[in-house]
Design a protein around this ligand. Structure first.
Ligand SMILES: *Cc1c(COP(=O)(O)O)cnc(C)c1O
Ligand code: SF4
Length: 342
């Protein structure tokens, strides 16, 4: 089919709108019905007791689901997104706001919990619904940066000279259009003490097409240091498309890290964790945190006991160079930093 090959002169002069359509169209084609995905993966849906999931419905992009193994009921990627009936069993110690986010809310859409850093809830939307997510019960409708809330958030940051780093989080900030991200950064650009922009996002792993030229142009032109913290819990999440997206991010000058959550049945084995760190690094993401599960309601079936977590880390340290060993931390309400776990 050489005659049909795309010639360089056929590439549109401004590819941005087409690329935007591409990732947005991909989102529209995401899996929203667990039974349909299970059938696609060669399973009998009746073998999987699922809950209705209500407020936090099933959602997974095709880019992510394409990395699941057909016929494997224990697939570690599938396990992260399947709303099992286990979610409906109340567990002692698990609740709606395990990390005390509501107490660190400064103004609408702004969490100011740690010195020097303010975290903006840029949007409530995500490209995937991770069943263990501690923000699954967060009141996004009442707490994102929609409309006039953005102005109040900028005023808050401007009035606090200690805030040198602004973290865009959510939900997932890269679900916003590049135009909206640009308006946000334009609003921040007049603040002299604002030195670093950090982006917490699962988009590079779940929707790599979103790392398009327009997004990269925005990052490269910010005039601030940029840190992107992606989130993958298993080596298989770093597909070739993901590595390409991370390479595009790095070419803008951004530093890219990966954070993971220690999850039973997903990555709670030393070889699995070591492979996650190695594969992430090969894809361009330096290991950052390995989080103990935040004890949010409905996630108890993912918990790895602390003593086992410590034993796993001891084994991981024996396998990896020091720079690939993640920091095992836990988030505790009221503490001034994420607590190292010893
Ligand atoms: C995790 C978090 C941060 C960032 O903490 P680091 O240790 O710098 O990664 C900032 N603000 C809030 C509210 C957080 O939850
Ligand atoms: S905030 Fe992150 S971890 Fe939580 S559901 Fe969204 S993508 Fe998943």
């Amino acid at each position: 089919m050489a005659g049909n090959a795309i010639q360089p002169d056929m590439i549109p002069v401004d590819p941005a709108p087409e690329c935007a359509l591409r990732w947005q169209a991909q989102l529209q084609r995401a899996w929203r019905d667990p039974a349909a995905l299970l059938v696609h993966l060669g399973h009998e849906p009746a073998d999987f007791p699922l809950t209705d999931a209500g407020q936090f419905p099933f959602l997974v992009t095709r880019a992510f689901a394409d990395r699941m193994t057909r016929g494997d009921p224990d697939d570690p990627l599938l396990r992260q997104v399947l709303p099992r009936v286990d979610e409906d069993s109340p567990a002692p110690g698990f609740g709606p706001d395990p990390v005390g986010d509501s107490a660190s809310r400064a103004v609408r859409g702004v969490l100011h919990k740690y010195r020097g850093r303010a975290l903006l809830i840029a949007t409530g939307a995500c490209p995937i619904h991770c069943r263990y997510c501690f923000r699954r019960e967060f009141d996004y409708a009442g707490d994102t940066l929609a409309g006039p809330a953005l102005e109040a958030a900028i005023d808050y940051i401007a009035a606090h000279p200690d805030i040198e780093e602004v973290i865009l989080s959510g939900g997932d900030p890269l679900m916003l259009s590049t135009g909206r991200l640009r308006r946000l950064s334009d609003a921040l650009s007049g603040i002299r003490h604002f030195r670093r922009l950090r982006i917490h996002s699962r988009v590079p792993v779940t929707l790599p097409a979103r790392i398009d030229d327009a997004l990269c142009d925005w990052l490269a032109g910010l005039g601030r240091q940029v840190v992107v913290v992606v989130h993958a819990n298993h080596a298989r999440e770093f597909g070739a498309d993901v590595a390409d997206g991370i390479a595009r991010l790095r070419r803008t000058g951004a530093t890219v890290f990966n954070q993971a959550v220690l999850l039973a049945g997903v990555n709670d084995a030393p070889a699995t964790l070591a492979e996650l760190m190695e594969t992430g690094f090969a894809a361009g993401a330096i290991p950052y945190y390995l989080h103990l599960l935040d004890r949010v309601s409905g996630s108890a079936h993912f918990e790895v006991p602390r003593t086992r977590a410590l034993a796993l880390m001891d084994d991981v340290r024996r396998r990896l160079p020091g720079y690939l060993v993640p920091r095992l931390v836990e988030e505790r309400a009221g503490e001034p930093y994420k607590m190292p776990v010893f």
